[in-house]
Design a protein around this ligand. Structure first.
Ligand SMILES: CC(C)(COP(=O)(O)OP(=O)(O)OC[C@H]1O[C@@H](n2cnc3c(N)ncnc32)[C@H](O)[C@@H]1OP(=O)(O)O)[C@@H](O)C(=O)NCCC(=O)NCCS
Length: 230
């Protein structure tokens, strides 16, 4: 996968683990005010939200459109439906933002059923919050405290990849992340059998630490019959 840092105007992380994801493009930039560049429906929404949210939302749209351009899709409006971004025909993607950075991942729908991205500052999750977000097995695995945040970001990326397909709410104790450090990827599984379980079990996760943020992407490669799930 190519990763473009729009602030640096170049491709980055070509050898990081996250670069193993093929056929998708990840774009990121610092959060700034891009409300003036929004399409009409997006601008109508942005006018109703607080300043901080407007900056994050507009930067998310900007990086997503840069990603679309790089996979050959004309810049277009990206509406939301129940907060889920609605991608143009033939595209699957995801958007995430922290206070400082926004990132998007996009890819062709014939390669992916789902893509999810999350971006979090390196130590966003404190020990007490982690008790609620991580399972016992995840706690037992943690190699260092900052990996709590990686696991949290992984769960949000999993959710964003699968929720548009199955439309089922999943809590943080419903899904467990299993990191394979040797391979440099992670798998995820539903702790109990539920509608999202099959899609999640088919997915792979990738991560990178960049600009003091965990960037985590979960991909569910296109599988025959997945469209009839849920
Ligand atoms: C949806 C959710 C993951 C978003 O996370 P967040 O910390 O609020 O915000 P982020 O910056 O990471 O991501 C926000 C973006 O996610 C996307 N998003 C929101 N809801 C989504 C959904 N249901 N499916 C896919 N993407 C979604 C949107 O693009 C949104 O940005 P935008 O509104 O500017 O377009 C979170 O609000 C949530 O509901 N979490 C609970 C479910 C969960 O994560 N379970 C974990 C176990 S699987």
């Amino acid at each position: 996968m190519t990763v473009f840092d729009l602030d640096r105007g170049r491709e980055v992380l070509s050898f990081a683990r996250i670069g193993r994801l093929r056929n998708a493009v990840l774009t990121l930039s610092a959060v700034r005010d891009h409300r003036g560049e929004l399409f009409p429906g997006e601008a109508t929404y942005a006018a109703t939200v607080a300043d901080k949210r407007g900056r994050e939302f507009s930067t998310g749209r900007r990086v997503a459109r840069e990603g679309l351009k790089r996979i050959g899709v004309e810049p277009c409006e990206i509406p939301s439906e129940d907060r889920r971004p609605v991608w143009p025909e033939g595209v699957v993607g995801s958007i995430g933002h922290s206070r400082g950075l926004a990132a998007a991942v996009v890819g062709p729908a014939d390669a992916f059923d789902g893509l999810g991205i999350d971006i979090e500052t390196e130590n966003a999750v404190s020990g007490s919050t982690a008790d609620r977000l991580l399972t016992e097995a995840e706690h037992a695995w943690l190699p260092a405290p900052e990996w709590r945040t990686m696991i949290f970001a992984a769960k949000e990326a999993v959710y964003k990849s699968v929720n548009p397909i199955v439309r089922e709410f999943l809590g943080f104790q419903d899904v467990e992340i299993d990191v394979d450090e040797e391979v440099g990827a992670f798998r995820a599984r539903c702790i109990e059998d539920r509608p999202s379980a099959e899609a999640i079990a088919a997915g792979y996760g990738h991560w990178a630490l960049y600009r003091a943020h965990w960037m985590v992407v979960f991909e569910i490669r296109a599988r025959r019959g997945a469209a009839s799930e849920g």
